[in-house]
Design a binder for this molecule. Structure first.
Ligand SMILES: Nc1ncnc2c1ncn2[C@@H]1O[C@H](COP(=O)(O)OP(=O)(O)OP(=O)(O)O)[C@@H](O)[C@H]1O
Ligand SMILES: [Mg+2]
Length: 234
């Protein structure tokens, strides 16, 4: 579904990604992990169209999308849940969700998706009238993920959903991602919580200093000596 071929990207004179190649198959749950500053968010920003690649290719269902604007990429079925969430804090949970469905023209379909999301995230259903800005950190993450789903994406790019959350909320967020995956949504997940991430994903890529240094089934990556030393503290 998604293929990066030798992606080069960065900011002004700073090159961050040095020939990143990775693939995500339809229905797969894939992790992208690595240290701070490695270029994980830069990779997701490039796929979502927020950052224009300096070289290489980004193929989505076989089509080159590297030069397309963000709104077209989003309409094609790629949803990006960024680290900073970008919620409308003065609007209710329900209003935030409906805004996430801007690409879906049909009102009936919007409401059906909303029902389905409220089933998936009962906490959001209970609080549909609450202002997004007054939700707890974990609830806001859920809302951002749920809003990302309102456009009925084929592929979700999720950046550090567990960042800053206490352990039980981290658990809730990961449970929500696993539910999404069960519904057949393809996910590319960036996470600092390497241990849990390698337990719940199918495959993983390790990104260090803008280069993929390892890839494989998450189970195998988790047993690797370098990964155990550098990321799992074993
Ligand atoms: N808007 C920007 N302008 C200039 N440099 C940037 C910008 N955004 C990121 N960088 C730099 O690019 C490099 C990679 O950043 P990126 O956000 O992709 O890292 P990351 O792997 O997501 O790290 P983290 O785990 O801390 O979120 C870093 O050195 C960062 O300082
Ligand atoms: Mg980041």
């Amino acid at each position: 579904m998604l293929e990066l071929k030798n992606l080069e990207a960065g900011y002004d004179f700073l090159q961050v990604l040095w020939g990143v190649s990775l693939q995500v198959e339809r229905g797969e749950f894939v992790a992208l992990v690595g240290p701070n500053g490695a270029g994980k968010s830069t990779t997701l920003r490039s796929i979502s169209g927020l950052l224009k690649p300096k070289g290489g290719e980004i193929l989505f269902n076989g089509q080159e999308i590297g030069k397309l604007p963000t709104h077209i990429i989003s309409r094609m079925g790629i949803s990006y849940v960024s680290e900073d969430l970008n919620l409308f804090t003065d609007m209710s949970v329900r209003e935030n969700l409906i805004l996430g469905a801007y690409a879906v023209k049909d009102k009936e379909t919007q409401l059906q998706t909303l029902d389905y999301i409220f089933e998936l995230f009962p906490r959001l259903a209970e609080r549909h009238n609450q202002l997004a800005g007054t939700m707890s950190g974990g609830e806001r993450k859920m809302l951002a993920i749920a809003r990302g789903m309102m456009s009925k994406p084929q592929l979700m790019l999720v950046d550090e959903p567990s960042l800053g959350l206490q352990p039980n909320l981290v658990y809730d967020v990961f449970t929500a991602l696993l539910k999404l995956r069960q519904q057949g949504v393809t996910i590319l997940l960036v996470e600092q919580n390497v241990n849990t991430t390698l337990e719940i994903t199918d495959r993983a890529y390790i990104l260090e200093q803008g280069r993929i240094v390892m890839e494989g089934p998450s189970r195998e990556v988790k047993e690797n000596d370098h990964v155990r030393n550098a990321y799992l503290g074993i």
